[in-house]
Design a protein around this ligand. Structure first.
Ligand SMILES: Cc1ncc(COP(=O)(O)O)c(C=O)c1O
Length: 384
């Protein structure tokens, strides 16, 4: 039976302007990458403060290209968190490299541990992939110098952290290449889609070609008469975005600042309403260096054994919850990595984490309803 949620985990925020924008390319009759995509990339790069941005078909494609440009190749090791979406490890494996899992920084800070990553560097380590979990920036002031000292490329997964910043510097500008996702549940969405951001021209040159089969020109170039043919300079992928999604992305990008402001209000509202709940811990509360583009609202249950019953009880109240994330090294496909993973904090967090509904259209009453349903669920579960 399909569940009708009173409060879903998230719901995309579309306006009439989004709808009109997405339809315009169909009316114009040009759908593959064209002027709208170039405009989307240019606007995104300007707002992020980087020289180059390339729109692609998904966040996963963005990570894959970022790693490829960073020179990750068969036999390399890449340091990556285990408390993240599996695409982070899958892309490493698909390049023939080996993911080496890094633990969380602390019980209160679930980002990439500067201490653990340092311990896990070997002569095979080629790159690190930091993930700015829930919108909270990794401790880049501790991580970047170590990466530099060991000559490691730094790839940032900014899927959760569009326009978050730490000590005034935006996520996506700390490393060699940054990947963004515009998947349906992200802070701005194109349905499926992503962006790779880089500063160096040499990375940009390679990205431009790798995204489109390794070809030296686009269909648009030939249509506009700027080229009559093409060469293929290395085997690449079809990771292109299209004009419909770029038009939607441009429209969503315009509203992002308002969206992020509303997310911050909802975050604070949750913190106030849940501050006195003894059964949970709210992470990241001591982060003062960050301006966070909040993406999800994660909490840690003090009793992980209660999680399944809580999820079920909240579901009966019409409130959807989720888990961010099952640790990657415990998935069947990664079972060979489990023994050497050595990520005890990740395992603890992964076992006890619960994600509450979070999206900009939520009202204060919606947040109250979620918190009440959580408290009610604790009582019900506690009373057996
Ligand atoms: C942290 C993280 N990395 C990577 C991805 C992959 O992005 P996509 O779904 O756009 O491929 C996602 C989300 O879906 C994500 O949350």
């Amino acid at each position: 039976m399909m569940v009708i949620w009173k409060i879903p985990l998230f719901t995309p925020d579309f306006t009439e302007e989004d709808v009109q924008s997405a339809m315009a390319p169909i009316r114009d009759g040009w759908l593959t990458m064209g002027e709208r995509s170039l405009n989307f990339e240019k606007t995104f790069a300007e707002q992020l403060g980087v020289r180059h941005a390339f729109a692609v078909s998904s966040g996963t494609a963005a990570i894959h290209l970022a790693l490829a440009c960073a020179g990750v190749a068969p036999g390399d090791e890449v340091l990556v968190p285990s408390l993240t979406f599996v695409a982070c490890a899958n892309t490493i494996v698909s390049l023939g490299a080996k993911p080496v899992f890094v633990d969380c920084a602390g019980e209160n800070d679930w980002t990439f541990s500067p201490r653990d990553f340092k311990k896990k560097i070997t002569e095979k380590t080629r790159a690190i992939m930091v993930v700015h979990y829930a919108g909270f920036p990794c401790r880049m002031e501790e991580i970047s110098p170590v990466a530099r000292e060991h000559g490691l490329a730094v790839v940032e997964d900014c899927a959760h952290a569009i326009f978050s910043s730490r000590n005034g510097q935006k996520c996506g500008t700390f490393g060699d290449a940054a990947a963004f996702s515009f998947f349906s549940n992200k802070n701005m969405t194109t349905g499926e889609g992503g962006m790779v951001a880089v500063e160096q021209d040499s990375y940009a040159d390679r990205l431009r070609k790798l995204r489109s089969h390794g070809m030296t020109t686009l269909t648009l170039d030939r249509h506009k008469g700027r080229a009559i043919s093409y060469d293929v300079v290395e085997p690449g992928y079809n990771y292109r975005i299209d004009e419909i999604r770029s038009a939607l992305g441009l429209s969503q990008l315009k509203r992002l600042p308002d969206n992020l402001q509303r997310r911050a209000e909802i975050y604070r509202c949750y913190n106030e309403l849940l501050g006195d709940v003894d059964e949970i811990m709210i992470p990241f509360l001591d982060r003062k260096e960050d301006e966070v583009g909040y993406h999800i609202y994660p909490i840690l249950l003090r009793d992980p054994a209660a999680r399944e019953a809580l999820i079920q009880n909240m579901k009966e109240s019409g409130v959807q919850t989720s888990i961010h994330y099952p640790a990657i090294h415990r998935f069947s496909a990664y079972r060979d990595y489990a023994e050497q993973a050595d990520c005890p904090l990740t395992e603890k967090i992964s076992d006890g984490e619960l994600t509450l509904p979070f999206y900009p259209q939520m009202t204060e009453d919606d947040v109250k309803l979620v918190c009440e349903s959580l408290k009610k669920a604790f009582k019900a579960v506690g009373n057996g």
